[in-house]
Ligand binder design. Structure first.
Ligand code: PEP
Ligand code: MG
Length: 870
């Protein structure tokens, strides 16, 4: 095997072997850009180093020596030479750029003799000594493990002694003194003198890069981003050009476009008379790149030409490092630049208009899962604050407001004109009015599909869930994080995109669906095969969904209509009824309300398909919390002054106790409720048919949680009976279909039988994930799932991204078997996964007809569906 490659032997296709830096340097040499010559020690060498117990093999050492000799020939200089010494930089270059690894050693080759030679050669002793001391510091830090702060402290002490305030005041003799101090520092800390031999310096540096691949920070980063450990890193060795050779020299970094908003403009900064680390270190303030135009017009012009050439060559925005040595420009690195979503969008669209990219390529350049950032308020980048705590980023956006601890208070404060943040251990359907009134919701328990998360996402409202570091005391109305106690009325800011909780109010940026955004989504629409629908439960959400491009409603959760504060008393009367007659009376009261809801939704959707799901959650969710009721009853009993209220509360408490279940999510819910209380589904069906007849809609009625075909048969009979009756009584014909959710394994496994009775299937992958893994969707994330993901027990959170091997297998079986008996069976997905790019990709491979997600995710789903189809 070959371990070392000269730049002239590589190309950008060799990224795996040469790393990002090495392969791009080779490519730049190939296209004739001014790159100082050098070579790359391959990732293969890194793997061999590891296999040999962290030792450079003889082969690698020999190739390294040969490469140095070749470099000496190319440059006409020699490493360690006392007349014309060669100096090099040593940098790591993994396949994916990776923070946490050893980055850069500049000026390698410096020692007492070569520093003297450089001084004579350039006639600049001060420059030569400055370069030497920089090398001692960098090499000392990254290779020998003597922290850079120790060097800084020595330098500071020296400056103070001499009464200097900045480095430029130091003379050549001063640097000489500093150098001897640095050398002593190194010897003191490592137990041996600083190695004067440049070949030893080089070998140690290469080893240091390889070792840094294994350090903890790098390993953590790789785990987080799923980068395999086995990749290894390459090492790039490049002959030095000096940016610190006086006022005709300098160094800088520039992007070919603005990485923050995507604008086509050179964006970057530089420093005159400086080396690379000065720009990053922030000791001197760099100049904006456009001022280089005045300072060095020729250099600026050639730099602009280079940036154009690079961007054209790579067909993407580039992030470029350069150095100017005595008026000559050199390019030291290029790579595809990191950018915000807004910039990604702008650049992709612009590049199509410039004829650089095809529309398909542009669609693939934008990360669908990041797109939501463009639709929500976000915390402005100017804030540089430490978060108090971090929970799950359940629903993106950012919001500030005063903390309140109950839904009622959220509502009353909001009515009084306050912006509030609702803080709860977790939310229940009982809190819905509080969520509506709040700017954002923070819970300490519950995961990404918990009630708070689903409801908040549906509303496009910021939400952080499972923030377990926060200790909420509902009674005392306080929240304690890390010993800091916050109380009701204190201002919080939540970043739902990152899960960060801040104290106080932070500056925000407003969202907009820009023309550029619309344009890209238009291309997506003409590219995708699958339809995109939205999950929406009311006219306003439905209208929002249409605005974002939804082509129908894939899931209308009718229970949300029952939560309306005006209706809850009627719903409770229905639940508490002790006779069929009383129940039917309450249902009769609900009927016109439901009918109104459906009419509003049908109208907002203007003839687009609407899937309405019959009541799903267990009935206890419509009743108050047991603990709170107990407290109320006890208090009333003690005071004894409201006997009627006490009787009422006691009756409620009895009902709550009666409906209580050990496993409510596996309990009396979904179609099981429709089986035991057919009158509820009958009322809902009647409301649907009345509304559909009124506005000429074609409803798709969906039965939840079916596990056996007989359940569907029975519920279907109830729906059909109502359909016939309403059509007969009103004389209006309604086109409708009846389908089912597939959300328990048995339904997927018996899809062929179920399909006989269904016009469509909608995969409810929230429950299907819950029931396939046996993980509670409300508790798993905070309790153990996060650890599973952190420790790579699971590659990803299956409630966010569809688990392809398990849950996905059931989707596949359900789709295949269902279609085998009914080829025209319509198939969709309406769990949270319907808005997740990778899951949408999976749905495309199974040829589903549509995905459905919350209105705010519809744009991302349109893009992801297009990407999946390319
Ligand atoms: C599901 O289970 O995936 C689903 C969409 O239904 P819900 O989230 O309302 O249980
Ligand atoms: Mg469900």
């Amino acid at each position: 095997t070959k371990f070392v490659y000269a730049f002239s032997e590589g190309s950008r296709d060799m990224k795996k072997l040469l790393g990002g830096k090495g392969s791009n340097l080779a490519e730049m040499v190939k296209i004739g850009l001014p790159v100082p010559p050098g070579f790359t020690v391959s990732t293969e060498a890194c793997r061999t180093y590891d296999e040999q117990g962290q030792k450079l093999t003889e082969e690698i050492k020999t190739e390294l020596a040969e490469a140095v000799r070749r470099l000496e020939k190319d440059t006409g200089k020699r490493i360690g030479d006392t007349k014309s010494p060669l100096f090099v930089s040593v940098r790591s270059g993994a396949v994916f750029s990776m923070p946490g690894m050893m980055d850069t050693v500049l000026n390698l080759g410096m020692n007492d003799d070569t520093a003297r030679a450089l001084a004579e050669q350039t006639g600049e002793p001060r420059f030569a000594l400055d370069s030497y001391r920089r090398f001692l510091q960098m090499f000392g830090d990254v290779v020998l493990g003597v922290e850079t702060e120790r060097f800084e402290r020595e330098l500071e002490r020296f400056r103070a002694q001499r009464g200097y305030t900045s480095d430029p005041e130091l003379t050549a003799d001063d640097w000489k003194t500093v150098i001897s101090v640095y050398k002593k520092l190194i010897e003191h800390h490592t137990g041996s003198p600083f190695p004067q031999d440049p070949n030893v310096q080089l070998q140690l540096s290469v080893e240091a890069v390889f070792q840094s691949w294994n350090n903890e920070r790098a390993a953590v980063y790789r785990r987080m981003h799923g980068i395999p450990h086995s990749l290894g890193t390459a090492v790039t060795v490049q002959s030095m050009v000096f940016g610190n050779l006086g006022d005709t020299s300098g160094t800088g970094v520039a992007f070919t476009r603005n990485p923050s908003n995507g604008k086509k403009e050179l964006y970057g900064e530089y420093l005159i008379n400086a080396q690379g680390e000065d720009v990053v270190a922030g000791i001197r303030t760099p100049q904006p790149i456009r001022t280089l135009h005045e300072a060095m017009p020729d250099v600026y012009d050639s730099f602009v030409r280079v940036t154009d050439k690079l961007e054209h060559h790579y067909r993407d925005m580039q992030d470029i490092e350069f150095t100017i040595e005595d008026g000559t420009l050199y390019i030291l690195q290029t790579r595809n630049g990191k950018r915000t979503s807004q910039a990604a969008l702008q650049i992709a669209v612009d590049m199509v208009e410039e004829g650089v990219l095809t529309k398909e390529e542009a669609l693939l350049r934008v990360d669908a899962d990041q797109l939501h950032q463009l639709l929500h308020r976000r915390i402005s980048g100017d804030n540089n604050l430490q978060a108090l705590a971090k929970g799950l980023p359940a629903s993106p956006g950012a919001a500030s407001g005063r903390m309140v601890f109950s839904a009622d208070e959220a509502e009353s404060w909001a009515e009084a004109g306050e912006k509030v943040i609702l803080v709860r251990p977790e939310t229940t359907p009982d809190d819905i009015h509080g969520i509506i009134s709040a700017e954002a919701v923070l819970t300490t328990r519950g995961g990404m599909t918990s009630h708070a998360a689903v409801v908040a996402r549906g509303m496009g409202k910021t939400c952080i869930c499972g923030c377990e570091a926060a200790d909420v005391d509902i009674k005392a109305e306080t929240m304690t994080i890390d010993g800091t106690m916050l109380k009701k009325g204190d201002v919080l800011t939540l970043d739902g995109g990152t899960g960060e909780v801040f104290s106080g109010s932070l500056q925000m940026e407003e969202p907009e669906m820009s023309p550029t955004f619309q344009l890209l989504l238009g291309w997506a629409d003409s590219t995708r095969r699958m339809n995109v629908r939205a999950n929406a439960d009311n006219g306003a959400d439905a209208a929002k969904a249409v605005e974002f491009g939804a082509e129908g409603i894939g899931l209308c959760r009718t229970e949300h209509m029952f939560m309306d504060p005006a209706r809850i008393p009627v719903v409770r009367r229905m639940i508490l009824a002790d006779s069929k007659r009383k129940r039917e009376e309450a249902l009769a009261e609900l009927l016109p309300m439901q009918r109104q809801d459906f009419e509003e939704i049908f109208e907002a959707m203007e003839g687009r398909p609407v899937t309405i799901r019959l009541l799903d959650p267990p009935l206890h969710e419509f009743l108050p919390d047991k603990e709170e009721l107990l407290i109320e009853v006890t208090t009333l009993e003690l005071t004894g002054d409201a006997p009627e209220k006490l009787a009422e509360k006691k009756q409620l408490l009895d009902a709550v106790k009666h409906l209580e279940e050990a496993n409510p999510m596996l309990g009396h819910r979904g179609c099981r409720l429709g089986m035991t209380h057919p009158e509820i589904y009958a009322m809902q069906a009647e409301a649907i048919f009345l509304a559909a007849g009124q506005v000429h809609a074609k409803p798709e009625i969906m039965v939840p949680l079916v596990s056996h075909v007989n359940e569907l048969k029975a519920v279907k009979a109830v729906i059909e009976r109502e359909a016939e009756r309403v059509q007969r009584e009103t004389g209006v014909h309604v086109d409708y279909t009846i389908g089912t959710m597939i959300e328990v394994p048995r339904a997927a496994l018996t899809a062929a039988a179920i399909a006989e009775e269904a016009d469509f299937f909608s995969f409810g992958t929230n429950d299907l994930t819950q029931t396939t893994f046996g993980f509670s969707r409300d508790d798993a994330e905070g309790k153990f799932l996060r650890q599973y993901v952190d420790q790579e027990t699971l590659e990803y959170n299956p409630f966010v991204r569809l688990d392809e091997e398990g849950v996905g297998r059931l989707v596949e079986i359900g789709a295949h078997d269902g279609r085998s008996v009914k080829p025209e069976l319509k198939l969709g997905i309406c769990g949270e996964h319907g808005g997740n790019a990778k899951s949408i990709h999976f749905c495309e491979t199974k040829q589903l007809d549509y995905v459905s997600c919350s209105p705010f995710r519809v744009p991302a789903a349109r893009l992801a569906a297009a990407q999946a189809a390319i």
